[in-house]
Ligand binder design. Structure first.
Ligand SMILES: [Zn+2]
Ligand SMILES: [Zn+2]
Length: 377
């Protein structure tokens, strides 16, 4: 169901409900009539509207009231969990992904009530939505080694507990690597590991989002069949979702560049798993070729994917309410933060004119871009 039609341009300020400083820039928060909150920067330029309450999770609105996917990125929790939220808000992002602990260590400092409170407050204050976590790189639920497997399950349960405490929507996880066993045995291990994790956290709201992988080495999850097998095999899969990583599926051999290929890939996903399992996207371009099965992220439009696949995803109405997180390299270029650059690139792809028209997906203005973009600066 679409939200009621609203015209954000008519949302004149009703009530000033708060003010804060964000990276040196004052930000005002205004309440509007109806279930809409609007944020305006000091120049009064509207930059975000979103619904609060109800079943609708928010996103960008254009005159006519059509919603857009939530665009954000993985952000660092250095200095506090709330720092990731504030950083995301500083880039005018709609959503954020974090690690809930050091992702290269088993041990984790306990979450304090203060950590949790400040994190939740910063979400409420900034309007950043759909916070999620990515699990530790050490966890391998497919491991044939008993000790590592048990340790992985324990650590994964801790990740779910922390995510639940912080109020995260989901924990993105790489299904695992079968190492010296087999695909079949690896998948069976994953199913058992997930069953145990779900049981240990029963009653929790946080979901497990299986990530599509590039298929490096013995990594599982690079075929939709793997994910389907896991989802079918788990005893209660009501808390299981999927996170599609554009770089990974491309590297794994699923074509998404040409529109017809993009549609065919998601038709196959729908047939194998069901499109409604998709909870989130990781938007990354790929440093490596199609089918390389190598996982290397590149800035949006600067890798082998090029710009078109992102136009397809962002303007696909089936995904209009989903959070989409960048995991592109950090840093600066010509004085501009790379996160800002990538978010701006994504936002420039929104086809405002056709968004929200009838049909399962808005028709992008196609250009047949294949392969790496010519000029790179
Ligand atoms: Zn990813
Ligand atoms: Zn990756």
């Amino acid at each position: 169901m679409l939200p009621p039609l609203v015209d954000p341009t008519k949302h004149v300020v009703q009530k000033h409900v708060g003010q804060q400083q964000r990276e040196g820039r004052p930000l005002f928060r205004w309440a509007c009539p109806g279930p809409i909150l609007s944020y305006r920067n000091m120049a009064g330029i509207h930059w975000r509207d979103f619904h609060v309450g109800g079943s609708y999770d928010g996103g960008f609105h254009f005159p006519g009231g059509y919603c857009m996917p939530l665009l954000g990125a993985h952000m660092s929790i250095a200095g506090g969990y709330y720092k990731a939220v504030e950083a995301a808000a500083g880039f005018e992002m709609d959503c954020v992904q974090i690690f809930t602990k050091n992702n290269n260590q088993w041990r984790a400092k306990n979450l304090t009530d203060d950590d949790i409170a400040r994190f939740r407050e910063s979400l409420a204050e900034t309007g950043v939505k759909s916070p999620c976590a990515h699990d530790s790189y050490l966890i391998n639920l497919a491991s044939p080694k008993e000790e590592l497997w048990e340790r992985s399950i324990d650590a994964f349960i801790v990740e779910l507990d922390r995510a639940e405490a912080l109020g995260l929507r989901g924990v993105v996880m790489h299904p695992g690597s079968f190492v010296e066993s087999s695909e079949e045995e690896g998948l069976a291990r994953i199913i058992e590991g997930i069953d145990r994790s779900l049981e240990a956290t029963s009653g929790d709201a946080v979901e497990i989002w299986l990530e599509t992988t590039a298929g490096q080495g013995t990594n599982l999850g690079h075929r939709f069949e793997h994910l389907a097998h896991i989802i079918d095999g788990v005893q209660d899969n009501s808390r299981l979702g999927v996170c599609i990583d554009t770089c990974h599926i491309f590297a794994a051999g699923y074509a998404i560049q040409e529109r017809k290929d993009y549609l065919a890939t998601f038709r196959e996903f729908d047939r194998m798993i069901g499109i409604d399992r998709i909870r989130a996207f990781h938007l990354n371009d790929s440093k490596k070729e199609f089918g390389s099965r190598v996982d290397r992220h590149e800035h949006i439009g600067e890798g082998y994917l090029g710009i078109e696949p992102f136009r397809h995803v962002i303007n696909d109405r089936r995904f209009a309410r989903l959070p989409m997180y960048l995991e592109t390299p950090k840093g600066e270029r010509n004085g501009q933060k790379l996160d800002a650059m990538n978010i701006a690139t994504l936002r420039s792809l929104v086809d405002k004119a056709s968004f929200g028209k009838k049909g399962s997906a808005a028709k992008p203005k196609t250009t047949k871009t294949q392969g790496k973009r010519q000029s790179k600066s």
